[in-house]
Write a protein that binds this ligand. Structure first.
Ligand SMILES: Cc1cc2nc3c(=O)[nH]c(=O)nc-3n(C[C@H](O)[C@H](O)[C@H](O)COP(=O)(O)OP(=O)(O)OC[C@H]3O[C@@H](n4cnc5c(N)ncnc54)[C@H](O)[C@@H]3O)c2cc1C
Length: 580
C-alpha cells in the first residue's frame, strides 16, 4: 500500500456517481426517501453542464404548463429568491447546499470514480480518487446510479452501452442516418459577456482562430441583439472520440471561442463596442457519448407516439434537436429541430441496466437511441430522470429489490411517490387521502373541488386548482375531530414563467429577477379544536416553494388555510390541499 495515500471506506445504500442535475436529483430524492446515499462527483461544484464551470441553461419540455416540477422546481424557485442578478456562483452555492445539508448524503467532491469491484453481475463497490485530499474513497452500496454523463460505470462494470448514431433501419427511425456510425453531437466551451459604460478593446491571443467576415460564421448568430441565445454553436468533437479526445478538443474550442470574440469585437460592427469578455469556459460541456442499454431503448417512434407507457416515471418535451457532428465546421444550419410532442412519457425500463443487476442510470446516458437523446438530454428532463431513479433506488433498498424487480413489483409505488413529491407524470393521477376525500371542503370564494382531484397543475384547458385573492381562505371540515399527521399544499408557481436561468450576457441595466407574482408568500393555518375554538398552528411569512409539506400532530374538527400575500400581488393559485 502506498503510505502517502489515505484509503477511506463508506457503506451506504445508494451510491450516485456524477453530480450533474441528474445525479444531484437522484441523490437528494433517494436521501429524502430514507436511503443512506453517497454522491461521488469529480468537480468542485455540482450541476454538471448547468454549473458555473460550463454555464448551460436548464431547458425542458416545451408548451404551456409543461415545466418540470419536483426537486428541480424547488431549486429554481430558491435561485430566483436568492439570486436576483443571476450570478452563477450563487447558483453553485444553492446546488451545493441542496446536497451538502441534506441529511443522509455523504458528498464526495473532487473525487473521480475510476475503479469498480464486481460480485458476479452486481457492482460491489466503486472507488474514486479525491485530488484535494490524496484520498482513495471506496463506496460500497446496494445499488449504484451512473449519472456521470459519460457513463464511467459502463466500461468499468461491463454494462452494455451504445455510442454513435443508429441506422435508420435498426429501429425504423426516419430521422436517423441511412448507415450507422460512431458520430455524436459535439462539445462546447461557452463565452459570457458583460456590457460596460465605456468602449472596451479586445486583443486576441496569437493562437486564436481568425474569422475575417460574417461569411466565416454562417448561420451562427453573433450580434449583440441576438444574445438572448448563448454561444452553444461553438461546438466540436462529434466526429472525434467524445471521451478520449476531450483535452485536444478543448484546445481547439478555445481557439474558436477567442476567434469568435475577436470577430465580434474587431471585425465588423456587431454592436459590441461597450461589451467585454467576462468569462470563457475551460471545461468543455458535453452533449453526447456513451448511452447505457436498459430493458427498453427509447426511440424516435416512442417519442412520436407520446411515450404512453404503463411504467412512465418522467417525461420529455424538447424537440429532437440533432446537432450536426461537425459542429462549427459544418457550413450550414448547425442543428435540425425535428418536432417532438410535448410532453412524451419516458418509461422506467430505460433507467436501469439490462445486464448489470444493481445499476441505474439517469441523465443524458439513459437507454435511448441517438435521435431520442437529442431530445431527452435537456437538463430539466435529466433532473426528473434523476429524481425517478433516486426514488426507485430508495424503494429497492427498503424492500430488497433489484432495479428490474422494482419495475415489476412496485412501479405504482414509484409513480405515486413521484407524484407525492410534486413530479408530473402525464396521464397518471395522484392518490388523494381518504381523510381529504371524505371531508367537507369549503372556501370564502370559488370552486374548491379541484383541490382534491389528484392533478397538481393545469392540463389542457383545466386549471385543476383554486384561485383567490389574498385574504381568502379554504377549509376542510370533518364530521368528528380527526388526528392529522401532515398537510400538503401545492401552490401555483406559474409554470409558464420565463427567464429563470442565469444569463449568458449581462447588459448594463437589468431588472432583478423575482419570484412569480402569483406564488403565495405568506399564509396561515388554523385548526378548530374539539371545543370549537380556532388556534393558529403554522404561520409562513416567506414561502418560496411550490410544494409545501408540514408535519402536524394535531386533532381538529376543521383545518383552514388563509392566503395572506403573494410575491407580486396577483391572485394566488393552489392546486392541492391535502391532510393525512
Ligand atoms: C454546449 C451545450 C449546450 C447545451 N444546451 C442545453 C440547453 O440549452 N439546455 C439544456 O437543458 N441542456 C443543454 N445541453 C444538454 C445538457 O447540458 C446535457 O445533456 C446534460 O448536462 C446532461 O446532464 P447529466 O446530469 O446527465 O450530465 P452532466 O451535466 O454532464 O453531469 C455529469 C457530471 O458527472 C461528472 N462525472 C463524470 N465522470 C465522472 C467520474 N468518473 N467520477 C465522478 N464524476 C464524474 C461530470 O463532471 C459532470 O459534472 C447542452 C449541452 C452542451 C454541451
Amino acid at each position: 500500500m502506498d503510505l502517502f495515500v489515505r484509503q477511506t471506506e463508506h457503506n451506504v445504500n445508494v451510491c450516485v456517481v456524477g453530480g450533474g442535475l441528474a445525479g444531484l436529483c437522484a441523490a437528494v430524492a433517494a436521501a429524502r426517501r430514507g436511503a443512506r446515499v453517497a454522491l461521488m462527483h469529480d468537480r468542485p461544484v455540482l450541476g454538471g453542464n448547468a454549473s458555473s464551470e460550463i454555464r448551460m441553461w436548464v431547458c425542458g419540455a416545451r408548451g404551456a404548463n409543461h415545466r418540470e416540477t419536483g426537486i428541480i422546481e424547488e431549486i429554481q424557485l430558491e435561485n430566483l429568491y436568492r439570486n436576483p442578478a443571476g450570478n452563477w456562483s450563487i447558483w453553485d452555492t444553492i446546488l451545493y447546499e441542496k446536497v451538502r445539508y441534506e441529511p443522509n448524503i455523504t458528498l464526495l467532491l473532487n473525487c473521480s470514480c475510476n475503479q469498480l469491484q464486481m460480485d458476479g453481475r452486481r457492482i460491489r463497490s466503486v472507488t474514486g480518487w479525491q485530488l484535494t485530499t490524496e484520498t482513495r474513497h471506496t463506496v460500497r452500496a446496494k445499488v449504484f446510479a451512473d449519472c456521470s454523463g459519460d457513463s464511467i460505470l459502463a466500461p468499468l462494470s461491463g454494462a452494455e452501452f451504445r455510442l454513435g448514431r443508429e441506422s435508420r433501419d435498426e429501429f425504423g427511425e426516419d430521422i436517423a442516418p441511412a448507415q450507422a456510425d460512431k458520430k455524436t453531437m459535439g462539445m462546447s466551451c461557452l463565452l459570457q459577456t458583460r456590457e460596460m459604460s465605456t468602449p472596451q478593446p479586445f486583443v486576441p491571443p496569437a493562437w486564436a482562430n481568425v474569422y475575417r467576415t460574417d461569411d466565416d460564421l454562417p448561420y451562427r448568430d453573433h450580434d449583440v441583439s441576438q444574445w438572448q441565445t448563448n454561444f452553444w454553436w461553438i461546438e466540436l468533437g462529434g466526429e472525434s472520440d467524445a471521451i478520449h479526445d476531450t483535452e485536444e478538443l478543448r484546445d481547439e474550442l478555445l481557439k474558436i471561442a477567442m476567434g469568435v470574440w475577436d470577430h465580434i469585437k474587431n471585425r465588423g460592427d456587431h454592436g459590441a463596442d461597450n461589451w467585454t469578455l467576462e468569462w470563457i469556459g475551460f471545461l468543455p460541456g458535453k452533449r453526447e457519448s456513451r448511452r447505457c442499454v436498459g430493458d427498453h431503448i427509447l426511440t424516435q417512434n416512442d417519442v412520436r407516439d407520446e411515450g404512453r407507457f404503463d411504467d412512465i416515471v418522467a417525461y420529455g418535451g424538447w424537440p429532437m434537436d440533432d446537432h450536426h457532428p461537425a459542429g462549427i465546421r459544418y457550413p450550414e444550419e448547425p442543428t435540425i429541430f425535428h418536432p417532438a410532442p410535448s410532453p412524451f412519457g419516458i418509461p422506467y425500463r430505460c433507467l436501469y441496466s439490462r445486464n448489470i443487476e444493481n445499476l441505474f442510470f439517469a441523465g443524458r446516458n439513459i437507454s435511448t437511441t441517438h435521435t431520442t437523446l437529442s431530445s431527452t438530454r435537456v437538463m430539466a428532463t435529466c433532473a426528473t430522470l434523476g429524481q425517478a431513479v433516486g426514488t426507485a433506488a430508495a424503494i429497492g433498498v427498503t424492500n430488497d429489490l433489484s432495479p428490474r424487480e422494482v419495475g415489476q413489483e412496485r412501479i405504482r409505488d414509484v409513480q405515486q411517490m413521484l407524484l407525492e413529491d410534486d413530479c408530473f407524470l402525464p396521464g397518471v393521477q395522484r392518490d388523494v387521502s381518504p381523510l381529504s376525500k371524505n371531508a367537507e371542503l369549503i372556501a370564502s370564494a370559488g370552486d374548491t373541488d379541484p383541490l382534491r382531484d389528484g392533478w397538481d397543475r393545469p392540463i389542457s384547458d383545466a386549471y385543476n386548482g383554486w384561485r383567490a385573492d389574498a385574504g381568502n381562505w379554504v377549509e376542510y371540515r370533518f364530521a368528528s375531530p380527526q388526528r392529522m399527521q401532515n398537510i400538503r399544499l401545492v401552490l401555483d408557481s406559474d409554470l409558464n414563467r420565463r427567464g429563470v436561468n442565469c444569463p449568458c450576457s449581462y447588459p448594463l441595466h437589468v431588472e432583478p429577477r423575482r419570484l412569480p407574482a402569483r406564488l403565495v408568500k405568506a399564509f396561515r393555518l388554523d385548526a378548530r379544536q374539539p371545543d370549537g375554538s380556532w388556534t393558529l398552528f403554522h404561520h409562513e411569512e416567506c414561502n418560496r416553494r411550490r410544494l409545501v409539506r408540514l408535519p402536524l400532530e394535531i386533532t381538529a374538527s376543521a383545518i383552514r388555510l388563509t392566503i395572506e400575500e403573494t410575491w407580486g400581488g396577483e391572485p394566488a393559485g393552489l392546486f392541492s390541499l391535502e391532510v393525512r
